[in-house]
Design a protein around this ligand. Structure first.
Ligand SMILES: NC(=O)c1ccc[n+]([C@@H]2O[C@H](COP(=O)([O-])OP(=O)(O)OC[C@H]3O[C@@H](n4cnc5c(N)ncnc54)[C@H](O)[C@@H]3O)[C@@H](O)[C@H]2O)c1
Ligand SMILES: N[C@@H](CCO)C(=O)O
Ligand code: NA
Length: 430
């Protein structure tokens, strides 16, 4: 058997310790598959003495993670620290400059700096790989970069954040409280170091911008993702959605056409007949539509130590085999910059929830705002009084331009009839 592939790992938290456990458990099988063993030679983290349930005394310990880039025994550097900038980025740049292949699970860093890192990797003729950064253990980057490489992809969308999906599905199945379920997701190792990245949709937006670039051959454009999260989804929305035949899911959606590149993360009502409605807990799923292959549906664990380690080690196996090409689906010089598509021109149906005063004329005021903005109401439900005496009004609109719903809510904003901020979600089409 050939020489081992020698690996240095920065970050020994949920994912880093998971990678060491996986290599310990499946090392022999992996060596046969890769044609050579994959061996960890050096590690770095914040605390050397912390009990991680894995023996790290057999590896060189390096205090400064950036120094792993210069470790003479390492062929590849794996970054599992996290953060878009800081030590993760310093290590990425140093490793690629030193001519070492680089593997990461860090979607924040790839979303912000992936293009320049890919340039550096191409210049050095080494690998830059980040399968674990999008949808955890699901081999969706491989699927799009390799399996679907013959297709023009018109649309890619899915459930890209395990923490949000866990929260929404527990609120739905157990009637659990948002904050309590978020704590559970954190305890299970799903959440980001700053969980607002999860619940405000930023983490899903990081992943979506990577998927869009892979799918459409466009330059990664994280800043162009219209991003909303699940903070304002309440139990009543989930119950109303269920009564109407939908489940609430945080969906990332990207489309590219002559009008430009559309990228959005937002809670959606997903019809029960759509497969995404049945994706629960920390499971992720990605749908990609190719012009020859048709609709592809990727599903699997989007977070957690084992699934994420599985994706990191798959990247290492590719490198051990010498099988790697450009970081995105094509060399960076072929990636095109696209204008942002005007999302207001998109057509769709929407769910709108308003908390309003229970008095004469309020429904007429809402109906007038909808009419003036050109929104056609499909159904309107009013539910009983809340503790403050206000009532909940839920409207489902007919299909129309999305900009009209925004205009109707704009008209209503500031009205003394409203007792809280309106909340709206798009309804996912077929
Ligand atoms: N947890 C998951 O399910 C999951 C899934 C996919 C991707 N990711 C990504 O993987 C990366 C790691 O996530 P995690 O959940 O393992 O995080 P974690 O917080 O459990 O572990 C982070 C590790 O990095 C070390 N570290 C942090 N700051 C450091 C510094 N300044 N210098 C040296 N070491 C430092 C910590 O000591 C720890 O060992 C992140 O980019 C995350 O977004 C996580
Ligand atoms: N915090 C992320 C981890 C996986 O990328 C999630 O919940 O999906
Ligand atoms: Na993945």
């Amino acid at each position: 058997m050939s020489e081992p592939l020698r690996v240095a790992i920065a970050g020994l938290g949920t994912v880093g310790a998971g990678v060491i456990r996986l290599l310990d458990a499946n090392g022999e099988l992996i060596a046969r598959r890769a044609g050579r063993p994959i061996e960890v030679v050096a590690v770095s983290a914040r605390d050397r003495s912390k009990d991680r349930g894995v023996d790290i005394d057999r590896f060189d310990w390096v205090d400064d993670p950036t120094a792993l880039a210069r470790h003479p025994g390492a062929d590849v550097v794996v970054e599992l620290v996290g953060g878009a900038d800081g030590p993760a980025l310093a290590l990425a740049r140093a490793a690629l400059d030193a001519g070492k292949s680089f593997v990461t699970a860090n979607k924040a860093m790839i979303a912000h700096h992936g293009f320049s890192l890919a340039e550096a990797a191409e210049k050095a003729d080494v690998a830059l790989k980040f399968e674990a950064a999008v949808a955890g253990g699901i081999p969706v980057i491989k699927g799009l970069r390799e399996g679907a490489a013959a297709n023009a992809i018109t649309r890619v969308y899915g459930i890209l954040n395990g923490t949000c999906n866990y929260i929404l599905s527990k609120m739905e199945s157990d009637g659990s409280d948002f904050d309590a379920v978020l704590s559970e997701a954190q305890a299970l190792g799903y959440a980001e170091a700053d969980p607002s990245f999860d619940i405000d949709g930023v983490d899903a937006a990081h992943k979506l911008s990577i998927l869009a670039s892979l799918s459409f051959g466009t330059r990664p454009a994280f800043d162009d993702v219209a991003t909303g999260g699940v903070r304002h989804v309440v139990a009543a929305d989930i119950a109303e959605a269920a009564a109407l035949g939908y489940r609430v899911r945080l969906v990332g959606m990207a489309e590219a056409d002559a009008g430009g590149l559309f990228q959005r993360v937002h809670p959606y009502l997903v019809p029960l007949r759509h497969p995404l409605a049945h994706v629960s807990d920390s499971i992720n799923a990605v749908v990609a539509e190719g012009n020859y292959v048709g609709r592809l549906f990727f599903q699997g664990a989007g977070a957690g130590d084992g699934p994420t380690a599985s994706a990191v080690v798959a990247d290492l196996i590719d490198i051990a085999r010498g099988e790697f090409g450009p970081a995105y689906a094509m060399p960076v010089e072929s990636l095109t910059a696209q204008p942002v598509a005007d999302s207001g021109e998109r057509r769709g149906r929407a769910y709108v929830r308003l908390m309003v005063q229970d008095r004469v004329g309020v429904l007429a005021e809402i109906a007038a705002a909808m009419r003036d903005a050109g929104v056609s109401i499909e159904s309107l439900i009013q539910r009983g009084a809340a503790a403050d005496g206000s009532v909940m009004v839920v409207i489902v609109t007919h299909e129309g331009p999305e900009r009209c719903v925004a205009q109707a809510l704009e008209k209503l904003s500031g009205s003394p009839s409203l007792t809280g901020a309106p909340m709206w979600m798009y309804i996912l089409g077929e």
